[in-house]
Every structure is written in structure tokens, then in C-alpha cells.
Design a protein around this ligand. Structure first.
Ligand code: G1P
Length: 288
């Protein structure tokens, strides 16, 4: 079945970015000149997603505004003949059809996904965690969608991490598909295990393609790590009963929810603009 919808949980408070996120959502912090959420929506659209469901909380209206038309600004740019800028502000409004649902209480990522249940309905869907930015030759979500369409099984994006970092991620273990080295058949999934307890060093990155069956497991998931309803726990149950794939994606992931990762993401995307990259290089030369 074709995957048309995506859920983007964006209700988090962004505490790692205070004071910047005191009055603006962390998803609106820019990567070069675009709010980071725009990179997520661009990846979704490039992957073939048509409808995106944002799960938001208090103080997140700017995100929805960013993807809405702004007639006054559009008219003023048009009158001034600033057509390139006009295109830059209109393009994001046309990428996907967007709707938003509120997560009323911060009960965890699993609960946030459950809030989108009615809007997703009975069809497979993608999940994008907006802190995770992935620069890839083929959009990371598209890589997962290809596998879902082939196997009919839910799939999570995986990458290898140093053992001392397992406590920051969902960690998966299982067996490798002998015909496709990037494809794992996951048997175990644990949320943020200590390095001693981690069953492997394969970490879940914030891209998932899920069968609507996941809602059934989410409904029955009790609070786990940090007292929150964890998507990882629901997927661990789903893995046991229905099978779960893991895909070692081709691409590079940046944790834009972390200050160092955010700066690296900015450098990565600045590298694509020769004028900016030259300025960065000159700066580094002067200061090293
Ligand atoms: C979430 C998930 C975790 C996953 C991570 C990827 O954690 O719970 O399993 O590995 O995203 O970024 P968070 O970083 O939101 O705490």
C-alpha cells in the first residue's frame, strides 16, 4: 500500500535550547535560512508524502503559520519585484497538505503518535522526529518507504553509534537479511539502555514507516523509560508479533535538538551554498 501520510511530533519544550526556545518553538530555529522543520517537510514531500500531521503543544502556532500563505508579505514582495524571495516564501506552503492536532499533556512520544490516530486512519504512515535532520542522496524516509512497500512490514531507520551513546537512543538487535546488508530483521528493541545493557550499538534514528497496527500496540503500552509512553516499547511488542524491519539508511544524521549537533547541521547545509561556505572557511582559517 502506498504511504501518503506522515506524522511529525513537535510538542517538545526544547529545553536543551533554552533560552532561545523560551518563546519560539525549537523547530523554528534556522538551519542557514530555513527553519529546521522546513527541511523535515521538504524530505517528506521529496519522499512522496502528501499529507502531514503535526502533533503540537502550547506555543507552537508559528510552525503552522510558516506553512500557511502570507498574502500581505506576498503582495509586498511582488510589488517590489522580489520574485526569488516571493518564491522562497510561497514554496513551503505548497509542499504538503498540513493539519495539526494537539497533544494536551506531555505523556511521551508514543502518546504523541496516538494523538494522530484519527487523522492517520487505517493506512500505513511515516513518522519524522524533527530533531533528526538527515542529509541523504535518496531521502531517508523514502528509503524506508521502499522497504515497507517491498516487505509490508513496519520499519525503523538505524545507524551505528559508539557504545557509550546507547543511553540516548532506542537500540535494536536482530539478524541481517542475507540478501540485503542494510536490512535487519529486528527481534529486540530497548529504549535508551545503558552501555552495559544495550543489546547492540544499532540506534533508532527519527524516521519510521509504520503499519496502522502500531496504534493497537500504543494503546496497550504502559509508561516506560522516564514514566512516558514510549514508541519504542510499542514497536518492541509489534516486533514480536508482526515483525519489524530495520534499515541502515544511506546518509548522514544531525541531532538538531542538541546545540553541537545543530551547529554541525548549519555547517553541513552552509556547505551547499558556495558563497556561505567560502565565508565559513575564511573564518576558520583566521581563527585556527
Ligand atoms: C527518540 C526515541 C528514541 C530514538 C530517538 C532518535 O528519543 O524515543 O528511541 O532513538 O528519538 O532521535 P528522543 O531523542 O526524542 O529522546
Amino acid at each position: 500500500m502506498r504511504i501518503r501520510k506522515a506524522v511529525v511530533p513537535a510538542a517538545g519544550m526544547g529545553t536543551r535550547f533554552l533560552p532561545a526556545t523560551k518563546s519560539i518553538p525549537k523547530e523554528m530555529l534556522p538551519i542557514v535560512n530555513k527553519p529546521s522543520i522546513q527541511l523535515i517537510v521538504e524530505e517528506a514531500a521529496a519522499s512522496g508524502i502528501e499529507q502531514l500531521i503535526l502533533v503540537t503543544g502550547k506555543g507552537k502556532t508559528e510552525i503552522v503559520d510558516h506553512f500557511d500563505a502570507h498574502p500581505r508579505l506576498e503582495e509586498s514582495l511582488e510589488r517590489a519585484g522580489k520574485y526569488a524571495l516571493l518564491e522562497e516564501i510561497v514554496r513551503p506552503t505548497k509542499l504538503v497538505k498540513m493539519s495539526a492536532v494537539r497533544q494536551q499533556r506531555p505523556l511521551g512520544l508514543g502518546h504523541a503518535i496516538l494523538c494522530a490516530r484519527d487523522l492517520v486512519g487505517d493506512e500505513p504512515f511515516a513518522v519524522f522526529l524533527p530533531d533528526d535532520l538527515v542529509d541523504a542522496p535518496r531521502p531517508c524516509a523514502r528509503q524506508l518507504m521502499d522497504l515497507y512497500e517491498k516487505t509490508g512490514q513496519s520499519v525503523v531507520a538505524l545507524m551505528n553509534v559508539p557504545r557509550e551513546e546507547t543511553s540516548q537512543y532506542g537500540i535494536a538487535s536482530g539478524t541481517v537479511n542475507p540478501d540485503e546488508a542494510r536490512h535487519m530483521l529486528i527481534s529486540t528493541l530497548v529504549e535508551k539502555p545503558s552501555s552495559a545493557e544495550a543489546p547492540s550499538t544499532l540506534a533508532v534514528v527519527g524516521r519510521y514507516v509504520l503499519s496502522p497496527r502500531v496504534f493497537h500496540y500504543l494503546e496497550h503500552t504502559t509508561p516506560g523509560k522516564g514514566g512516558e509512553i514510549q514508541l519504542t516499547d510499542a514497536l518492541a511488542a509489534l516486533a514480536l508479533r508482526e515483525g519489524l524491519g530495520g534499515w541502515l539508511f544511506d546518509g548522514e544524521r544531525y541531532d538538531a535538538g542538541d546545540v553541537a549537533g545543530y551547529l554541525q547541521a548549519n555547517l553541513n547545509w552552509a556547505r551547499k551554498v558556495p558563497r556561505l561556505w567560502q565565508a565559513v572557511q575564511q573564518y576558520v582559517q583566521r581563527h585556527s
